[in-house]
Each structure stands twice: as structure tokens, then as C-alpha cells.
Design a protein around this ligand. Structure first.
Ligand code: NAD
Length: 495
């Protein structure tokens, strides 16, 4: 049965025939499982109009009401966690356990957003001059658009819309057309939680829908998460059109292992962070940097652990790693493995000939490990976004830092060591936005901001935390005299 996924606007699925449909795949089966509406400029206009009207009333609701909606949304998502996880796995391919963890990570941001009464508190200075007070208030922007990638169909939308609507905005979400179903389910749950229709809308589509959002005069701000070339396009176009914009891009994350590290802990971290979700995470570790003479010992540990992993349909309980998202993406990733081999890298574990029983057409690639990779090889320079870990060997910590700082991305990085002095030196010198010391994936909790440096983030604002509140509000500063202190003409400025 091929299902149909339509836009969700004004609290319900739209019924009009869209100008085009896109195929949605079940990546484990390798078959088409659904068709998704591909919106055009007219559909974007409809969604934005509805959002403008709904936002006018929503911004007048009390902070307590907005908090109550958020608390109820949290309960409903917890109730339907398994259903959401199932939707994620059926379109993305990751394991059910990983999909549940993704829903939990989204919930963490909603829990942060439920603190909105405290988060929106302004500043107040009494008697800035006799009888005059100055204070600041934070107000919503209006209609905000969110454009999200395929790899986290629930979590990345939830980085955005809970905070955006809690701040009093209306939101138009344009999810990845590869994984469209979970977004509609989230929007329906928001309605059930008491969010007025039209405050959260889902507009499906591809680049043309995005470009219509970027051009729409009533979209005040754009939050984007996806690949670096698209992030740059979004940043430049939205800014040219006078919109506030944050655009998070791709990554190439390193994990540095110093000679004094607990090698077993480092190997466990590398396996989890490189192959979890088949490497389709912006915070995946895709480069292992072995410092000093530990390269062979680390490699042996990695090979042993790879041998214990099961690559299978993510719905299968013993699956450690599911398929890649599409056949095109599988071809791209295996192409990189071949390019690495051709350039002289040592393919220590080759996952390309995997057979998954009963899933002959699935988009599977088993964990793959390349050693003796050089910095000029495309397997090192490019974001592969698959279960491919490359290993480089350097002599010193300084060499590792120089290698990483020479790259174009700066999303996440980790170091494994027992030496606090070395760790502190690393933390200070490394040009990366999110740093882990003896942790595999240094994703910040929602009360700290999430965001990389360099070509991993265009703009000056990360997702959630204090950055999220700032991004989704405008500050107004009021100077008020409510005291009977007399007045006179005074030509000085400031008086
Ligand atoms: P993508 O850039 O191809 O697509 C992201 C979104 O942009 C989708 O909604 C898509 O429809 C839209 N889009 C695609 N091409 C477009 C174009 N030319 N013009 C306008 N819109 C366009 O990314 P993806 O393949 O879905 O996701 C994987 C990428 O996302 C990886 O590079 C990954 O590192 C990155 N990512 C980054 C973060 C982060 O926090 N930095 C988080 C998750 C994913």
C-alpha cells in the first residue's frame, strides 16, 4: 500500500491536488512506500497566509497558556513515542532504538520550551534618570519558516518549532521530502495539545517550495539545517530578502585518540559515533586521528568491534545499523569508498558486499573502515554521510589540531585522553563549535546552544538554548516616565 502525505495547513491535511508528487521510499525494502505532495509558490502562499492570521491571535495568548500547550504536547509525544519512532524508521531506515532516542532528544527541547515564562523575562532598570525607568521586552517575529534535513525527521523540526511557537510565532515547517510523515504527525499532536490551527503548518516540497518561502514577504525569519551548499544558498538568499536567518550546514567530525587514552573506551566511542544511524548524523564521527604509535592497536580494536555489528532492517530488534536513506545516496557513499581505495587508502573492512536476508533491494552498506588515509583524499576532505570511518595517523597533538583546524567544517570534535593538560590545550586551540572530552558525540543539552563554526553554520545563532530564544524574538527597549518630576525644554542630547 502506497500512502499519500499531504500538506498540513490550518490544522488539517489539505485536499487539493498538488502540482506534483514525490516518491517516498522504505530504505530497508528498497521500495516506494508513499508519495508526498510537492508544494509550489501557491501552496507556500496559502500556508503563510494561514500562519499570519493565526499568529495575530496566538501572540496575545498568555505565557501560561503557551506553557500549558507545550506541557500537553510533551505528554502526547511521550504517549505516541513508538508510533513516531516507527514512522522515522520506515522512511529513514535507522533502528527503532535510535529513532526512540531521537524522539527523546526532540522532547528535551520541548521541555526547555515549556519554561517559556522564565525564558522570556526581560530586564528592568529603575531611575535611569530621576523618575524614568528603562526596560526591555521580547516579542515574536511573526511567521517563521523551518527547513529541515532527512536525517532527523522528528528531532531537528523539534529543535525549531517548540521554541518558535512558545515565543508567540507561527511556524511553517518544510521537512525533507525524503522523510515527510513524522512532521504531519507532530503537527496533528500539536493541535491535539491545544495549539490553535494555523500556528504550526507543514508544507511539503523540494527546492522550489524552499525558494518560495525565502521570497515570501510575510516570512520574517528562516531556520535551516542541512548540507553546506544549501545552507549557504539559504543564508545568502534569505538575508538578501531582508529576513533573519540561521543556516546550519554539513560536517566532518574528528575523534582524536592520544597515546595515554583508554583505547577500549576510545574504540567503543568511535564505533558508536561513526556507525550509529549508518553515519547519517551531522555529529557522526567520520575521522579517527591516532596520535603517536597507537594506530595499529586502535585499528585492531575497531575491526574486532565491527565484526560484532549487525546491519539489518532497522525494525529488526537485533539490528545495530539500518540502510542508507536512498539508492542515490548509497551509490554516492560507495563511490567514496572506491575513490579512497583508488587513491591508495587501505580498505581494512569493506561493507560494500553486504547481503541482508529477505531485504535484497534495501539500500545497505555495512560498516566500512579505511586506514592510512591522507588529508588530500576525497574520503577525508568531503562529508560522506555514511557508515565509513577513515583513520589518519599523526605524530603529535599539535599535528592533530593543525589537521582539524585546516578543514572547512567546524561542527563537532572529540578527544580521548587521561591527560587533563592536553585536553585543556586541545579545547582551547581547536576551531570547532562543539567539543567533547572523552565523550563520543558532544551534542549540547537544550539549555546550551547547538551550532558549529566555519562552513558548518552560516549566521551568528545556533539552535535552541539562549540562541533559540533570541532568534525567535525581537527585543524592544522602552524608556518610560511615570513620575511627576516636571518637564522643561532641553536642547541637549542626551539630556
Ligand atoms: P539537504 O541540504 O540536501 O536538504 C535539506 C533541506 O533543504 C531539505 O528540506 C531539502 O528539501 C532542502 N533543499 C535541498 N536542496 C535544496 C536547494 N537546492 N534549494 C533549497 N532547498 C533545498 O540535506 P539532507 O541531505 O537532507 O541532510 C543531510 C545534511 O544535513 C548533511 O550535510 C548533514 O551534515 C546536515 N545536517 C546538519 C546538521 C547540523 O546541525 N549542522 C544537522 C543535521 C543534518
Amino acid at each position: 500500500m502506497v500512502k499519500t502525505i499531504r500538506h498540513f495547513i490550518d490544522g488539517a491535511s489539505t485536499q487539493d491536488e498538488p502540482p506534483a508528487w514525490g516518491d517516498v521510499h522504505d530504505p530497508a525494502l528498497g521500495s516506494v512506500s508513499g508519495r508526498v505532495a510537492l508544494g509550489d509558490a501557491a501552496a507556500v502562499d496559502q500556508a503563510v497566509k494561514v500562519a499570519v492570521d493565526a499568529q495575530a491571535a496566538w501572540q496575545e495568548e498568555s505565557l501560561g497558556t503557551r506553557q500549558q500547550v507545550m506541557l500537553q504536547l510533551i505528554r502526547l509525544i511521550e504517549r505516541d513515542r513508538d508510533e513516531l519512532a516507527g514512522l522515522i524508521t520506515s522512511e529513514h531506515g535507522k533502528t527503532i532504538a535510535d529513532a526512540r532516542a531521537e524522539v527523546n532528544a526532540g522532547l528535551d527541547v520541548a521541555k526547555f520550551a515549556a519554561g517559556i515564562p522564565a525564558l522570556l523575562k526581560g530586564e528592568y532598570s529603575e531611575n535611569v534618570t530621576r523618575g524614568v525607568d528603562t526596560y526591555s521586552i521580547r516579542q515574536p517575529l511573526g511567521v517563521v519558516a523551518g527547513i529541515t534535513p532527512f536525517n532527523f525527521p522528528v528531532m531537528v523540526p523539534m529543535w525549531m518549532f517548540p521554541l518558535a511557537v512558545a515565543c508567540g510565532n507561527a511556524f511553517v515547517l518544510k521537512p525533507s521530502e525524503k522523510v515527510p510523515s513524522a512532521a504531519n504527525r507532530l503537527a496533528a499532536l500539536a493541535i491535539e495539545a491545544g495549539l490553535p490551527p494555523g500556528v504550526l503548518n507543514v508544507l511539503h516540497g523540494n527546492a522550489s517550495a524552499v525558494d518560495a518561502l525565502l521570497a515570501h514577504p510575510n516570512v520574517s525569519a528562516v531556520s535551516f539545517v542541512g548540507s553546506t551548499p544549501v545552507a549557504r544558498h539559504i543564508y545568502e538568499t534569505a538575508a538578501k530578502n531582508g529576513k533573519r536567518v540561521q543556516a546550519l550546514g554539513g560536517a566532518k567530525n574528528h575523534l582524536v585518540v592520544l597515546p595515554d587514552a583508554d583505547l577500549d573506551a576510545a574504540a567503543n566511542a568511535l564505533i558508536s559515533a561513526a556507525y550509529g544511524s549508518a553515519g547519517e548524523r551531522c555529529m557522526a564521527i567520520s575521522v579517527a586521528v591516532a596520535v603517536g604509535d597507537i594506530g595499529d592497536a586502535l585499528r585492531d580494536r575497531l575491526v574486532a568491534r565491527i565484526g560484532t555489528l549487525t546491519t539489518a532492517d532497522g525494525r529488526q530488534p537485533d539490528s545495530d545499523m539500518g540502510p542508507l536513506v536512498t539508492a542515490d545516496h548509497l551509490r554516492r557513499v560507495t563511490g567514496y569508498v572506491q575513490a579512497g581505495a583508488d587513491a591508495g587508502a587501505d580498505v581494512v573492512v569493506d561493507g560494500r558486499d553486504i547481503q541482508v536476508s529477505g531485504r535484497d533491494n534495501g539500500f545497505f552498506l555495512a560498516p566500512t573502515l579505511l586506514d592510512h588515509v591522507r588529508p588530500d583524499m576525497s574520503v577525508y576532505t568531503d562529508e560522506i554521510f555514511g557508515p565509513v570511518l577513515v583513520m589518519l595517523r599523526v605524530r603529535t597533538l599539535d599535528e592533530a589540531v593543525a589537521l582539524i583546524n585546516g578543514g572547512e567544517y567546524g561542527n563537532g570534535v572529540s578527544i580521548f585522553t587521561r591527560d587533563g593538560v592536553a585536553a585543556r590545550r586541545f579545547q582551547h586551540a581547536i576551531q570547532v563549535g562543539m567539543v567533547g572530552l572523552n565523550v563520543p558525540i558532544p551534542v549540547p543539552v537544550p539549555y546550551f546552544p547547538f551550532g558549529g563554526w566555519k562552513r558548518s553554520l552560516f549566521g551568528d545563532s545556533g539552535q535552541y538554548g539562549e540562541d533559540g530564544i533570541r532568534f525567535y524574538t525581537r527585543r524592544k527597549v522602552v524608556t518610560a516616565r511615570w513620575a511627576d518630576t516636571g518637564s522643561r525644554v532641553d536642547m541637549r542630547f542626551p539630556a
